[in-house]
Design a protein around this ligand. Structure first.
Ligand SMILES: Nc1ncnc2c1ncn2[C@@H]1O[C@H](COP(=O)(O)OP(=O)(O)O)[C@@H](O)[C@H]1O
Ligand SMILES: [Mg+2]
Length: 381
């Protein structure tokens, strides 16, 4: 069955907006219409299938189209105007608008273009084999306020396992801009880094991402490594990260983020964008105390966590200072998984420059890898 198609309308002129709304009400049932919004960013977040843009100023409209398509390259944009302007029209098509209509004369043309597009989008959707909907990749962020908890190891192993155990397209992004770390657990050499995307970030697309990402050989997991360079890191800001993540969502089903412990603008942008945050914790008092201060920081920063943050207990062993029960009584968020401390095998893999996993359905898995596999299976269910 075809899913609903969304049409967004952005028109500053209220008269124009009203007549367009009327037109939209008459469209086929499988079309959902997002009411006229002034806020372009809000519309962008909603990733509409079609955008109708009405504006009297061609220059600003051209900019809007360019900007919109950078973040939502699959949106079909129709530009409507009350005056016919050949040069404006040509320019509009050049930057990627699908069509241009002069109103009111061309209302019937716009109407049939909309119907045709909805039909085409439905056909494309039915023809597409993968069960994951393009453009809706999930962002899962791994974070801990306390360094050394196992955030990087778990982010890397989760991503690698997810890639091995499913058909999903998975991208791991190491946002520890200064020091990196993901390469260490995956046996990768950092030849290219996500800083290579900086020059093209305004129009970053799947091709760029694939060119810069390095592939982990056993699983096919793609990894955007950190520049591991303080100076370079300074040039990459929160806006860069927001654009990178939106583009990644269009090309991958899962985007796994490894975040550094210190709170900065990049971390914040990533946490804001994340569909889920896995907070890594060990069973000791410093971990608990750090969690509490992170929680109140998030609250002050107005980062909403309800339904989004889950706890990962890592390095569980007989010698732990506090128990799971202690955590449960002091922390509100749910515990997603409990993972054991497996010093010997983790160290061995790292020393050999190998990831924890090597193949699908592996028989001889080390205990930690087995636990991660079980957890990943439950997450993607
Ligand atoms: N479950 C585990 N068992 C054994 N060692 C672990 C485990 N998780 C993490 N480690 C080790 O703990 C150290 C810190 O891990 P890392 O992933 O770099 O933490 P973070 O990214 O939170 O700073 C590393 O030496 C890593 O190998
Ligand atoms: Mg780390």
């Amino acid at each position: 069955m075809a899913t609903m198609k969304t049409i967004a309308l952005l028109a500053a002129d209220t008269e124009l907006a009203q007549s367009l709304e009327q037109l939209l009400e008459g469209l086929p049932e499988e079309t959902r219409f997002q009411h006229a919004q002034e806020d372009l960013r809000e519309i962008q977040r909603n990733q509409p299938d079609i955008l109708i843009l009405g504006s009297a100023h061609h220059e600003t409209a051209i900019e809007t189209v360019q900007q919109f398509l950078t973040l939502n390259p699959s949106t079909v944009i129709f530009y409507v105007s009350e005056r016919s302007d050949f040069y404006g029209m040509r320019e509009m098509m050049r930057v990627g608008a699908a069509d241009y209509f002069v109103l009111p004369d061309e209302y019937p043309l716009l109407e049939s273009a909309l119907e045709k597009t909805v039909r085409l989008l439905n056909q494309q959707e039915q023809a597409a084999v993968p069960s994951f909907k393009k453009g809706r990749g999930k962002v899962l962020a791994f974070y801990s306020g306390k360094g050394g908890s196992g955030t990087t190891l778990l982010a890397a192993s989760f991503a690698q396992t997810l890639r091995l155990e499913s058909t999903a397209r998975v991208l791991l992004i190491d946002l520890n801009m200064q020091y990196g770390g993901a390469e260490y657990y995956l046996g990768l050499e950092s030849v290219r880094s996500l800083a290579d995307l900086q020059p093209v970030i305004e129009e970053v697309n799947e091709g760029h991402l694939r060119n810069v990402a390095q592939t982990e050989k056993y699983s096919g997991l793609e990894v955007l490594l950190s520049p591991r360079d303080a100076e370079m890191a300074e040039q990459l800001n929160d806006e860069f990260v927001a654009k990178l993540l939106r583009a990644s969502r269009l090309s991958y089903d899962y985007i796994i983020l490894d975040l550094p412990s210190n709170m900065n603008a990049i971390n914040l942008a990533a946490l804001e964008e994340a569909d889920r945050i896995y907070y890594v914790m060990n069973l000791d008092t410093p971990s608990l105390r750090t969690y509490k201060s992170v929680e109140s920081l998030f609250l002050r920063l107005n980062l909403h966590l309800e339904d989004r943050l889950e706890i990962l207990i890592n390095k569980k062993s007989r010698e732990n200072e506090i128990t799971i029960q202690d955590i449960k009584s002091l922390v509100e968020q749910p515990i997603s998984v409990e993972l054991i401390r497996d010093e010997r095998n983790v160290q061995k893999a790292v020393n050999m420059g190998e990831p924890l996993r090597k193949e699908v359905n592996e028989k001889k898995l080390v205990p930690l890898a087995r636990e991660i596999r079980k957890w990943v299976a439950a997450v993607i269910e």
